[in-house]
Ligand binder design. Sequence first.
Ligand code: BCO
Length: 572
Amino acid sequence: PWPICGSLHPHRRHLLARPFSRTETPQWGDYEIPKEFNFASDVMDHWARMEKEGKRDPLIPALWWVNDKGDEVKWNFQELGDLTRQAANVLTENCGLQRGDRLLLILPRIPDLWLLTVGCIRAGVVLLPGTIQLTARDILYRLQSSKAKCIVTNETSALAVDSVASDCPQLKTKLLVSEKSLDGWLDFKTLLKAASVDHTCVKTKMQEPMTIFFTSGTTGTPKMVLHTPGLALRSCLPSTRQVLKLTSSDISWCLSDPGWILSFVASVLEPWSSGTCSFIHQMPQFKPEAILKTLSRYPITYMTAAPSVYRMLLQLDVSSYKFPTLKHAATGGDALLPEDFEKWKKATGLAIHEIYGQSETGLTCAVPRGIKIKKGSMGIAIPPFDMQIIDEKGNTLPPGIEGEMAIRIKPTRPICLFSGYVDNPEKTSSSERGDFYITGDRGTIDEDGYIWYLGRDDDIIKASGYRIGPSEVENALAEHPAVAESAVVGSQDPLRGEVVKAFVVLTPEFRSHDPDKLAQELQQHVKKITAPYKYPRKGPLCAASKRMKVKLGSLGKPCLPYNVQHPNILGV
Ligand code: BCO
């Protein structure tokens, strides 16, 4: 039987009620787990067959890509089938990759990214997505820790890769996606054109690795979160499909960066398991106006974005735009503020449906279409997850009592939950307590099974939908000569939920420097050392010693709005 954990809450039973027909989706029911599952052959090729048989309109693209220059790509499932088989052949024949080998994929939102994603799945190559913001050092860490045999990137990140590649002996192939060519790099576009459209898709076992996501922890460097094909199978299950209720006539736009699980789930797995078009707009920078224009111009019916994106859109006059086709808005990656929900509803007439998930869990809780929305709640647990609130001993807590949000893993671990942190059994076991996987998030559950998020249970900073480990920022700061010591914390922010704030103890030679300039220098320094989204955003909050009278033994006066001040501490 399908590992439904525990009994289903009455509010979730209807999610299992109606199986979809075989035309609407590939064949799995909530209580069947196949021995083998490959998203490419079992889902993508299913829709290509439906197109051939006239059961899905081949004129509706499966991938619709646009950019700011007016370029456009539209591929239906048959075209995607051929192109992703060619991509798989490039990976196996030209790059020499075998089933189980790991590949680090760092690309902006260009169509090739989706070809390579499915190409990896076809070939059984384990995909490690990475955001385009990764620096040379981030790339080095990812290559070394994963022992990836291949890296795929564009010309910008290729320079960073080349600066560290000699320290990665296991890296055998570098594949460039660009109009130009580079010494030492294979040229993906040329190889793709020459590759055969015949490829035999790997029959992936349910326990085999499929993807690895890097995610920040409270200490040390990012951890590798391993997922099997269970993550992809989950999107095909009738219960999950009741959440978004996507159909083959929908056009779904996920704005998340391809380095994150939200993008993998909401621009690949969810739309394509429903035969839905995945829409992508590549923008060099995040521009709220451009997003509103795209929503007005293209027949997008469904959008998913982090709460900070909605908040940034709401800084503009959203009601002056018309979104004639938009039927549904969803958000994930962080908690949505009730006032943003209200503002968006007033401006567009649409509710924002919350989705909760993590790199470890994928889609976990949600407000499915059609159920009552309780503002401020991230909805109900989606089968097969049984989410409970537990105490420090692993006991479930009754409604209304605050505790840790946890997913039941005994007697059976849900197949769509991550399998563990790669090469890190201690971290894997410390994420479990009693019968549960603990998310690290705190919340409550109400009588109706709705979960209410309260915040992190650890030091992780959740800023703009990113998970940031304070030690990653502290380590980056430590490399600047001005920094004797630092402490990095999350600080509430009206736009981004939280932002990174750093308190820095200056080395003696920098104590007389202009604090504003020094703060900016430290911000730029962090942006260079590690992915820029982690840099401390708060402006200087303490003056340097020159402008203050030092009272020996005193920590100084509290500095509004912050309550830490010391002559030698610089708040960035
Ligand atoms: O604030 P600044 O402008 O000074 O700096 C920004 C960027 O300009 C800069 N930057 C970006 N790329 C750079 C670069 N600097 C140098 N070199 C580069 N290559 O660095 C800062 C980056 O901050 P940001 O990413 O927050 O940028 P921005 O433009 O403010 O974007 C705002 C958001 C809201 C679009 C962005 O923060 C965002 O995409 N957030 C959502 C993240 C997300 O998708 N999370 C989901 C994770 S998966 C999950 O939670 C599971 C859910 C099921």
